[in-house]
Ligand binder design. Structure first.
Ligand SMILES: Nc1ncnc2c1ncn2[C@@H]1O[C@H](COP(=O)(O)OP(=O)(O)OP(=O)(O)O)[C@@H](O)[C@H]1O
Length: 244
């Protein structure tokens, strides 16, 4: 479970995150939705301990990121916005490197990587150098790397960004599988259809604040909108949103 309490982060005059609180539960997919510049990536970066909040708390399975950042990182799998693979290394070497950083022994590393290769259908690329990988191949490798230590909580920043139709469908199916395994899945997206189809709960962020937090159907009902996109426009358009 991921819990965010009254998170703040400013860059000079820009209040990127201005009092964000929400809970992402185990066995659920939580979507972080918001217009460009709303503060989604900044929130996620503070969650996975890449950035220190000015104020507020991040708790992962009850562990405070400010007190035990290593403990939080052990419980998190992260697909960051910058996928950043080592191009000279093969997909396997990229994944194995992270597994070593997490302290996994050789036998566990081999079995975990084999399982991920099957789950993500990567057999054809696993021993190819990452240099020259397509966008989809890069994302698959980055996902495998994020999950190699079998984390209970998974954070994905725009996971289907740049993927083709088939790879997008595969990614969505994979996220549902993570949920069915009882993991806590938190992802950011701009794609309403994706959020509507996948999420148990949607946290809408605008101008660094949470302006709505509900199931997709509830958001539609609360706004009287026919689609999630219409609901989103109404929520973003109103001054206070639905749940300031
Ligand atoms: N390192 C930084 N230095 C200065 N300003 C930053 C930095 N990171 C983010 N910002 C600013 O903080 C605000 C929130 O940015 P953030 O990237 O979190 O938004 P986002 O919701 O992820 O947007 P997008 O959907 O466009 O990716 C923006 O105004 C952005 O310009």
């Amino acid at each position: 479970m991921i819990e965010v309490r009254d998170l703040h982060k400013a860059f000079g005059e820009v209040r990127a995150v201005d009092g964000v609180s929400f809970v992402a539960r185990d066995g659920e997919i939580t979507g972080l939705l918001g217009p460009n510049g709303a503060g989604k990536t900044t929130t996620l970066r503070m969650l996975y301990t890449l950035m220190r909040p000015d104020r507020g708390n991040v708790l992962v399975d009850g562990i405070d990121a400010a007190v035990d950042p290593a403990g939080v990182r052990r419980r998190l799998g992260v697909l960051p916005d910058a996928r950043g693979l080592y191009k000279r290394m093969s997909a396997r070497e990229n994944i194995d490197y992270f597994a070593r950083l997490h302290g996994l022994d050789p036998a566990t590393r081999t079995s975990c990587i084999d399982a991920l290769v099957r789950a993500l259908d990567m057999a054809d690329i696993i021993d190819r150098r990452a240099e020259g990988f397509s966008q989809g191949q890069r994302v698959k490798t980055a996902i495998a790397r994020a999950l190699v230590h079998d984390p209970r909580n998974v954070i994905l920043d725009e996971p289907t960004n740049g993927l083709d139709v088939m790879a997008t469908r595969a990614m969505r199916a994979f996220m549902l599988r993570l949920k069915q395994e009882g993991r806590c899945v938190l992802f950011s997206s701009h794609i309403m259809q994706e959020v509507g189809a996948l999420c148990d709960r949607v946290v809408v962020v605008a101008r660094g604040r949470v302006v709505a937090n509900a199931a997709p159907d509830a958001l539609r009902a609360q706004t009287g909108a026919a689609t999630l996109e219409d609901a989103f426009v109404k929520i973003i358009g109103s001054e206070e949103g639905l749940a300031a």
